[in-house]
Design a protein around this ligand. Sequence first.
Ligand code: SAM
Length: 267
Amino acid sequence: MAHPKEILNALKAIPLKSLSQNFLISPHWAEKLVDAFLCEGHYDEVWEIGPGLGALTQILAGKTQKPIRLFEIDKKLSEYLQEQFPQIPLHQGDFLDHDWTQLISPHRKVAVLSNLPYHLSSPMIFKMAENKNVLSHFLFTFQKEFADRLIAKPNTKNYGGLTLITELHFSLKNLGTLPAGAFYPAPSVASQAILFIPKADSPEIQKTITLIKAAFSHRRKKMASNLKEVFPEVPWETCLEQAGISSQIRAEALTLEQFKLLANNIK
Ligand code: SAM
């Protein structure tokens, strides 16, 4: 594939910061991401979000027989992609606007790949969680700082509601760090590739999410005070004691399993 700079010049386009347009230029990483993605799980179709100039699409198309769909917001890039890959359906527009029930039947499974538009990292993860029933797995690259929050351990500054809610929905495999030079233009920070495999929903999932959000509402306060504000009817000190947890604890010290246990106290 030609260098993105050449293709963009020919298209009279420039990389748009507002759409997080940093194009992958490392053949090593393109192969590695596609291989890790295709090897996982059982799926009927493959979607790519933000294919850009097709760095991943080209490899995907050469390695899988499954139907592929592309979702690209940029009109010029979409036209270019349709010329390059006329056999692959492309949806031009914001991926987040799609109603998945119009795209896939509930009996099929989709695997989703994206060198993600970084400014949409959180909403994209929540979109995946909403549609977990038809997801086999997904592989996203994020800015490293954001990925660090996803894979953080308790009692660290990066650990928080995002870490726990992601862990509630998915098992995560860290696939490694892509240097800034793997992209054109080079972003200011490195990126991290993570593969997500959906977990089955437990009956307590909604309560656990509500509890996690309440527990982290004021990070510096003791968790019991935060919980009392949202659920004043629950005797939190006693509940924490019964669960073998200090009533002085802050939310960032608790594991997901402990949050699940405590969620049983919410009616
Ligand atoms: N996949 C390409 C690559 O690896 O070289 C491009 C990755 S670039 C980081 C992100 C891509 O997502 C851009 O092509 C951008 O136009 C597209 N994009 C940004 N926001 C989007 C959205 N809401 N829906 C779909 N595509 C989007």
